[in-house]
Ligand binder design. Structure first.
Ligand SMILES: Nc1ncnc2c1ncn2[C@@H]1O[C@H](COP(=O)(O)OP(=O)(O)OP(=O)(O)O)[C@@H](O)[C@H]1O
Ligand SMILES: [Mg+2]
Length: 129
């Protein structure tokens, strides 16, 4: 789904929560998915102006989960390690968005090329009971 304004962030968060619930993630895990989607979607708006988020139900080795891919054709991230440091922000933010999402999600990967854009891929698995 496209991301270019605040309402798009809300819709992505709501759809992410609903899909996480359908995949059997617990309430706290659904909230984590919402926080992570909110962070990457707000980054798209702040740094790239527009982009897209793709949500998918995923299964791996008998585990169910949700995958979130956030992509944009914005300026890219010159130093991904720096961008993942707590407190680093090039845009006057708290610099906790990406690092927080990485901590909270089970899978987290960034591919970015300066001048081309950024793809953040994350997943959260249903806890084993
Ligand atoms: N989609 C993106 N395109 C380009 N640069 C990005 C993108 N997402 C993140 N960045 C870079 O990574 C840095 C860290 O992002 P992060 O979300 O952690 O912090 P922030 O957005 O600056 O502040 P906040 O805590 O409010 O999210 C940003 O300051 C920016 O330089
Ligand atoms: Mg951010």
């Amino acid at each position: 789904m496209p991301v270019r304004q605040d309402t798009d962030v809300l819709v992505a968060c709501q759809k992410g929560r609903a899909l996480a619930a359908r995949q059997g993630l617990l309430n706290d895990e659904q909230v984590i998915v919402v926080i992570a989607i909110s962070e990457v979607a707000n980054n798209i708006i702040r740094y790239a102006q527009c982009g897209e988020i793709v949500l998918s139900a995923v299964q791996c080795n008998g585990q169910s989960g949700i995958q979130v891919v956030a992509r944009d054709d914005g300026p890219g991230i010159p130093d991904i390690a720096q961008a993942l440091q707590d407190g680093y922000s090039s845009g006057g933010g708290l610099g906790l968005g990406l690092s927080g999402a990485k901590r909270l999600m089970d899978e987290f990967d960034i591919i970015s090329e300066v001048g081309r854009g950024t793809v953040v891929t994350m997943a959260k698995w249903r806890s084993q009971v």
